[in-house]
Design a protein around this ligand. Structure first.
Ligand code: PLP
Length: 392
């Protein structure tokens, strides 16, 4: 987020006309809260893209090279979001480049169609694989998974091993170890790393550690259009994913056709990725830290609450102010406090904690100046509560 995107009290006219009020997003790159904001340069690039017709296949080819280079992969493709990347990755692993199979999905009868997924990686988005026509075969149990359990889950019908990486996701072994086991059985490895960037290193990490394909959101930490995703990986598989998207060799629209990227989307994402690569991430991080510190400083010394800066926890997306509720706290509990923050004007959305019933205030989407509004509101709610209790 750039300084030019600080808080502005004016409601943008396009939202005002629809009667929709902007919110303060202290919950991270949540799709339902707007993903992220695009830099003005991204918007300008999209506008420019809308002034000419181009061959979309040629544009995807050129953009794919930029994505591939940024991720250390052979090939890349702009998709309609990380969820779309998941659909296309699963489809590609089932069909390869066979146009008759691509025409048939999501009916995967007769294809390798079992996708092995660690039980502890089951999540909201694993339906994406089933939409493509794959059947999920879980391995391991809850938080624990052993190499032999992964080996047992793999058979001649296995099309892929999927691996999910997300905040608070527990892993049974290192990604590289799991990828090695899958590869020893000839099974390709696909990764959902939607919200794992920044840190920027995660753009290359999974390919370097053995992933055959990886999907990321374009509209989360990378700051591209909210409706875009990246899909990068092995050239043959990315080509198969592309066929399941735009199907240039078969006869029917592919299973992933419903999540297209427009020429403006493609140009916007490429531009955002280039800006992301040129960003001084330490300076951005320092800005997030300063905002979190402001909130922590303002809320110190409230009896029963522990408000701390957490910085460097890989489960937390950047430095955050975290509110822990002690047993001696007499005020509103975490859910009540969240509801009170949402009920204000502007509505403030904060994180769901992660480790227990704490509240985490994520700074990645908090625009400069909003940290003061958040601290003011928390102070007001929490100290009113104190006064009310004292006068009872
Ligand atoms: C956000 C998210 C997605 C979906 O990403 P979109 O770009 O919104 O489609 C998929 N998987 C995980 C783990 C996510 O966090």
């Amino acid at each position: 987020m750039t300084a030019s995107q600080g808080h502005n009290n004016e409601v943008p006219g396009v939202y005002a006309r629809l009667g929709v009020k902007p919110i303060i997003n202290a919950q991270s790159w949540i799709t339902a809260l707007g993903g992220s904001l695009m830099a003005p340069e991204v918007m300008r690039a999209m506008q420019e893209a809308s002034t000419a017709f181009v061959d979309l296949h040629e544009l995807q080819g050129a953009a794919g090279k930029v994505l591939a280079q940024a991720c250390g992969a052979e090939a890349g493709l702009v998709t309609g979001g990380a969820a779309a990347s998941n659909v296309l990755m699963a489809a590609a692993c089932m069909t390869g480049d066979d146009p008759s199979k691509i025409d048939r999905l999501p009916d995967s009868t007769g294809m390798k169609n079992e996708l092995v997924l660690f039980d502890g990686h089951r999540n909201h988005y694993d339906s994406n694989y089933e939409i493509a026509g794959a059947t999920i075969v879980p391995w391991g149990f809850a938080g624990s998974g052993k190499a032999y359990q992964l080996e047992e889950a793999i058979n001649e019908k296995t099309c892929a091993m999927a691996w999910i990486t997300a905040p608070f996701m527990h892993h049974p072994m290192s990604f590289a170890e799991a990828a090695k086991i899958a590869h020893s059985h000839g099974v390709p490895v696909i990764v959902d790393a939607a919200a794992e960037v920044p840190p920027a290193e995660n753009l290359t990490r999974f390919i370097a550690e053995g992933a055959d394909m990886v999907g990321y959101s374009g509209g989360k930490g990378i700051g591209g259009p909210q409706g875009t995703g990246l899909l990068v990986g092995r050239a043959d598989l990315v080509d198969a994913a592309y066929q399941n998207h735009l199907n240039t060799r078969g006869t029917r629209a592919g299973v992933g056709r419903s999540a297209k990227a427009s020429k403006e989307d493609i140009v916007g994402l490429v531009t955002a990725l280039q800006i992301f690569n040129d960003t001084d991430h330490e300076a951005v991080w320092a800005g997030w830290r300063a905002g979190a510190v402001h909130i922590v400083d303002r809320l110190g010394g409230i009896e029963g609450l522990r408000v701390v800066l957490e910085d460097g926890d890989p489960n937390r997306q950047g430095p955050q102010a975290v509110i822990y509720f002690g047993s001696d706290w007499r005020g509103p509990g975490p859910d009540e406090l969240r509801a009170a923050l949402r009920a204000g004007d502007p509505a403030i959305h904060v994180g769901m904690g992660g480790y227990g019933d704490e509240i985490n205030i994520v700074m990645t989407n908090v625009r400069s100046g909003e940290e003061r509004i958040i601290a003011d509101r928390l102070e007001e709610i929490l100290s009113n509560q104190k006064i009310e209790k004292e006068t009872k």
